[in-house]
Design a protein around this ligand. Structure first.
Ligand code: PMP
Ligand code: GLN
Length: 385
């Protein structure tokens, strides 16, 4: 028989699925794959249930239901001061994952170069490679994850077509500063490139920070795609409702790819997300505030167990250096060890590096009820006492 696609045939299953299955097998507390405990806001779920019964369930418009596109435009104005034409500049996608896929397929030609920041989310590289594009990595390193200007400049070339920026950054918990974003924007403009911005954690930023979308920087409005996700903003990760905002020429081409990937997204969920995006500022403040408390709770607990805990300025992840615990082995071995022996699961940060070399960090998701976090810490404490 002829071989299937070489790239996907040679690839393993995503680390998120692998570790979640291992967690299940060992009946372990799963702080690996990033998803909140709880079932999402009751009022948003009620809107979805209502729409399921009372509104049409046949194919919604390919670009998304009007009320959600209007809500995304209003959201972008309210939080970022962006003037967005909901009819020409917003595309609803089946999660940010599909939005990213549509952007990469829609914007890239074979041979184009894409600048990416390591560590990185696992869906980016297989998709752009499948499209024949070439990744150019800028390496961020723990514990501070600072963006080095020399590395950034070295990744650009006349073949650079786009920059794929994840901010706030999973798994680093890094929130890019305005200065760093300015450097990125300057290079994107200099090389006449695009920026696809995975900003799914836009509302989960801590310590008084505010998220700055790259699209709001001077010269970036026509070149950038801003991608958000209801999964993160409403703690409903299973819904897979995402949204892209970009200039008409970009959205139009991205939508051409989207129409053949999924065409559309469940209409009742879209309508519920439209309602959700209109929630008052207190909702958004509470989301970030609650997550910040959880971050502090888990950071404190892991610190007391003996980990060196790295800072997290956003997302629902913190990274912990396990070397002070005296564990003999790399991060994959460590994450398997704590799953089996403590019944707590985390993710090996090396899984997010294409180039390897960082094998001393475990990523923990803190978007869980307090008693779950406390129990996880207690179990780790017993193992490493
Ligand atoms: N990008 C990043 C950085 C993520 O952490 C996630 C979360 N799964 C996604 C994209 C995917 O978002 P969605 O579930 O909306 O597809
Ligand atoms: N974004 C989530 C994480 O980083 C998981 C996404 C997924 O399971 N595909 O853990």
């Amino acid at each position: 028989m002829k071989q299937p696609n070489a790239l996907f045939a040679a690839m393993g299953t995503s680390i998120f699925e692998v570790m979640s299955l291992l967690a299940k097998e060992h009946d372990s507390i799963n702080l690996g794959q990033g998803f909140p405990s709880g079932n999402g806001p009751a009022d948003v779920r009620a809107k979805a249930a209502e729409a399921l019964e009372d509104r049409p369930n046949q194919y919604p418009p390919m670009m998304g239901v009007p009320e959600l596109r209007q809500a995304v435009a209003a959201h972008d104005k309210r939080f970022y001061g962006l003037d967005v034409d909901w009819q020409r500049e917003v595309l609803v996608t089946t999660g940010a994952t599909e939005g990213l896929l549509a952007c990469l397929l829609g914007l890239l030609n074979p041979g184009d170069e894409v600048v990416l920041f390591e560590p990185l989310y696992d869906s980016y590289v297989p998709i752009l490679r499948r499209g024949g594009a070439v990744p150019r990595y800028v390496r961020l390193e723990p514990p501070a994850w600072e963006l080095r200007q020399d590395r950034l400049e070295a990744a650009f070339s006349p073949r650079t077509k786009l920059v794929l920026l994840n901010n706030p950054h999973n798994p680093a918990g890094k929130v890019y500063t305005r200065e760093e974003l300015g450097c990125i924007a300057e290079l994107v403009i200099r090389y006449d490139a695009y920026a696809v911005c995975d900003e799914v954690y836009e509302h989960i930023v801590f310590d008084g920070r505010r998220h700055i979308p790259l699209i709001t920087l001077p010269g970036m409005r026509e070149r950038s795609v801003h991608i958000g996700s209801a999964g993160k903003t409403f703690s409903l990760t299973g819904w897979k409702v995402g949204y892209c905002t970009a200039a008409p020429a970009l959205i139009q081409t991205i939508a051409r790819a989207h129409q053949f990937l999924v065409f559309t997204t469940a209409p009742n969920l879209q309508r519920a997300v439209a309602y959700g995006l209109g929630k008052d500022d207190a909702y958004y403040r509470a989301l970030a505030g609650d997550m910040q408390e959880k971050r502090d709770r888990l950071a404190h607990g892991l610190g007391a167990v003996g980990f060196t805990v790295l800072d997290s300025g956003g997302t629902y992840f913190i990274n912990a250096d396990f070397r002070p615990l005296g564990f003999n082995g790399g991060d994959e071995a460590f994450c398997t060890h704590i799953t089996e022996q403590a019944k707590v699961t985390a993710l090996p940060v090396s899984a997010f590096y294409a180039g390897g070399g960082v094998e001393h960090l475990a990523r923990f998701c803190f978007a869980k009820e307090d008693h779950v976090l406390d129990e996880a810490v207690a179990r780790l404490g017993r193992l490493f006492r």
